[in-house]
Design a protein around this ligand. Structure first.
Ligand SMILES: Nc1ncnc2c1ncn2[C@@H]1O[C@H](COP(=O)(O)OP(=O)(O)O)[C@@H](O)[C@H]1O
Ligand SMILES: [Mg+2]
Length: 280
């Protein structure tokens, strides 16, 4: 299907996807090549990223057991989905001590065993939701139940998210990857039924090649982690955190080096081909 975007109404431009109206009950997602890190859109594009994200989302929506919002994938980087009322909570499941969890753990162990190292596996996968806002922050069950979901919904989302992470981990394992964590979004239709929504792909999870896995260090990652790591290494992350702390505007993000762009693009394509067994 060839879609003429000029004839459609743009309803929202997200950090990565452009969202158009598609009739009254559906939306058209256009997966761009944009990349965001720490909730900031960067000025560089990652070639083929949109295509990979759309292909990955289509693959997972077709193979995972939960009801989801996909209607049909169109073109290389577009998907028609059911329009839903999004649940204002990002359902994160973590199997490993990494990223912002590791930073938080160093300050407050949150009931986790002491002495866990960076990238160490957790005894049990952990449901670790955040708010869904400009700057996502961890949310406790009590806060979530007070503001965004009922108690039953929270328990449902927790169970489904953990189950989904298990399924995704198994799929990754078959391709010799470790899925360290994943972010899942859900939405409700007019009848209140809950569907898996948004997208599932390397912008939503961390994927590590098992052969290179090493406790205690930064992992080689087949997702946008190399972008985050680079931004940290040049001091942008610290600058951003300082600005946010004192309420200053977000500092202008740097363009990414060409080698980093090529590396990330290649890894997105490789992750897709290894996990799905398909070529793009
Ligand atoms: N089925 C759906 N109906 C309505 N909104 C959705 C649906 N699935 C995902 N969304 C929302 O569309 C947006 C997707 O675009 P994205 O680029 O990821 O934006 P963001 O900057 O908010 O992360 C997200 O805000 C997501 O919550
Ligand atoms: Mg998003």
């Amino acid at each position: 299907m060839d879609v003429d975007l000029n004839s459609l109404k743009l309803v929202a431009k997200g950090k990565v996807k452009d969202i158009y109206e598609w009739g009254s009950k559906e939306l058209l997602f256009v997966f761009s090549d944009r990349v965001s890190a720490y909730d900031v859109i960067l000025p560089s594009l990652i070639p083929r990223k949109g295509e990979v994200l759309s292909a990955f989302a289509s693959y997972f929506f077709s193979t995972l057991s939960l009801p989801n919002h996909m209607v049909q994938r169109v073109d290389r980087n577009k998907m028609i989905v059911k329009k839903l009322q999004m649940i204002r909570m990002e359902c994160i499941v973590r199997g490993y001590m990494y990223g912002s969890l590791f930073e938080r753990y160093k300050v407050n162990p949150m009931g986790l065993p002491s002495g866990l190292k960076r990238a160490e596996i957790l005894g049990e996968p952990m449901f670790d939701p955040t708010t869904k806002s400009d700057k996502d922050v961890p949310i406790t069950k009590a806060e979530a139940v007070k503001t965004v979901v009922t108690n039953e919904e929270y328990e449902f989302l927790r169970e489904e998210s953990l189950g989904l992470y298990r399924e995704l981990s198994q799929q990754s394992e078959k391709a010799d990857f470790i899925m360290a964590d994943v972010k899942i979004e859900f939405g409700k239709d007019d009848d209140g039924r809950i569907f898996l929504a948004d997208s599932i792909g390397p912008d939503e999870f961390r994927l590590w090649p098992r052969a290179k896995y090493q406790i205690g260090s930064l992992q080689e990652s087949f997702d946008k982690q190399p972008v985050r790591d680079w931004l940290s290494s040049i001091g942008y992350k610290t600058k951003l955190d300082n600005a946010l702390k004192i309420g200053s505007p977000v500092p202008e993000p740097p363009t990414l080096p060409q080698e980093l762009i090529a590396l990330v693009s290649g890894r997105y394509v490789e992750a897709y081909q290894r996990i799905t067994g398909l070529t793009l």
